[in-house]
Design a protein around this ligand. Structure first.
Ligand SMILES: Nc1nc2c(ncn2[C@@H]2O[C@H](COP(=O)(O)OP(=O)(O)OP(=O)(O)O)[C@@H](O)[C@H]2O)c(=O)[nH]1
Ligand SMILES: [Mg+2]
Length: 307
């Protein structure tokens, strides 16, 4: 640990923004490993996910959050509350805005909420996906966003391509408070393995299923059994609300679930550096979106979903 060092710094940096802004992509790049799942679809991240990065004497704890949008369901409300909760006590909050969308209605909504001072720390702006727009558009947008809100600093980045990310990390490293490190120096995430494993399967489900179905399911790791040969047997349940959904996930002769299971198993084995035997079971549970236990398993607070 770096706590023997009187130069050491440690702090929390929350990444907030609209769904799909690239928050999880940025967290993974900062950490140097895939800690948080990423898809091209909106509302991928459901709870707060902490990833740890080190820059010189600083230990930066990044907090990935669900995208902020107008919630309709209980789950949506719990997700948005979790996002704001992540920013509330962070030392620095980074608002991520998509370069090709700029000051969208959703971003306007977030800025209006930020004006009510719900967060304690400094607020910086990161315009992400700069690989998608030209420089002139970018400069005009930067100016517009800064006229609209008093950000302490603005960064132009591509989380996916890695552009501008080092500058952002170096700036964060000197802005977080002095103090001893919060995690052992080899720790990269603060999330139980069972949850990381469930998230990996949810990512593969989201990538393999169309339209609304990914929003109507949840994954839980039910059993984790260590084996003498160094491998592990992992049993997971995919909860869906309708019989028809179960059929779609299984696919013809079980082909879809086999594919999903293989993709998840391969990623989990690689992440852990050992052999994993993954067993998926799909269960129909019409009311799972209204069950407190499901929220606990997702890392959310059921009460946050109260209207
Ligand atoms: N072109 C481009 N695409 C990016 C960049 N950063 C992220 N993406 C893509 O944007 C999509 C969304 O990325 P995520 O990291 O899942 O976004 P998020 O903000 O975590 O989304 P939610 O969890 O749904 O709130 C994915 O397809 C990413 O590959 C970037 O710098 N450039
Ligand atoms: Mg995400």
């Amino acid at each position: 640990m770096a706590d023997a060092n009187d130069q050491s710094r440690a702090g929390f940096v929350a990444l907030i923004g609209e769904p799909n802004a690239g928050k999880s992509t940025l967290l993974n790049r900062m950490v140097g490993a895939k800690v948080s799942i990423v898809t091209h679809k909106v509302q991928t991240t459901r709870a707060r996910i902490r990833g740890v990065a080190i820059e010189g004497d600083s230990q930066i704890v990044f907090v990935d959050t669900p995208g902020i949008f107008k919630p309709k369901r209980r789950l949506d409300r719990a997700m948005v509350t979790a996002a704001w909760g992540g920013a509330a006590d962070a030392d620095i909050t980074v608002l991520m805005v998509e370069a090709h969308r700029g000051l969208s209605e959703g971003v306007e909504g977030i800025l209006a909420a930020l004006a009510e001072n719900p967060v304690r720390g400094k607020i910086a702006l990161a315009i992400n996906k700069i690989d998608m727009v030209d420089v002139e558009k970018l400069l005009a947008m930067t100016q517009k966003l800064n006229e609209r809100f008093d950000f302490v600093e603005t960064f132009m980045i591509s989380a996916e391509k890695g552009r501008g990310v080092d500058d952002l990390r170096k700036w964060l490293a000197k802005e977080i408070p002095m103090g001893p490190w919060l995690y052992p120096e080899d720790q990269i995430a603060d999330l139980p393995l069972r949850m990381i494993a469930a998230e990996m399967t949810r990512e593969k489900l989201t990538l393999n299923l169309h339209q609304e179905l990914p929003y109507q399911l949840t994954v839980e790791t039910e059993k984790w059994e260590e084996r003498a040969d160094g491998s592990a047997r992992v049993d997971q349940i995919v909860y869906v609300a309708r019989d028809g959904h179960k059929g779609i996930i299984l696919g013809k002769r079980g082909e879809t679930i086999k594919r999903i299971s293989r993709q998840s198993r391969e990623e989990l084995s690689e992440f852990l550096g050992r052999k994993i035997h993954l067993f998926l079971q799909v269960k129909v549970r019409p009311n799972w979106l209204e069950e407190a236990e499901r929220y606990g398993e997702m890392g959310l607070d059921f009460k946050d979903g109260n209207a």
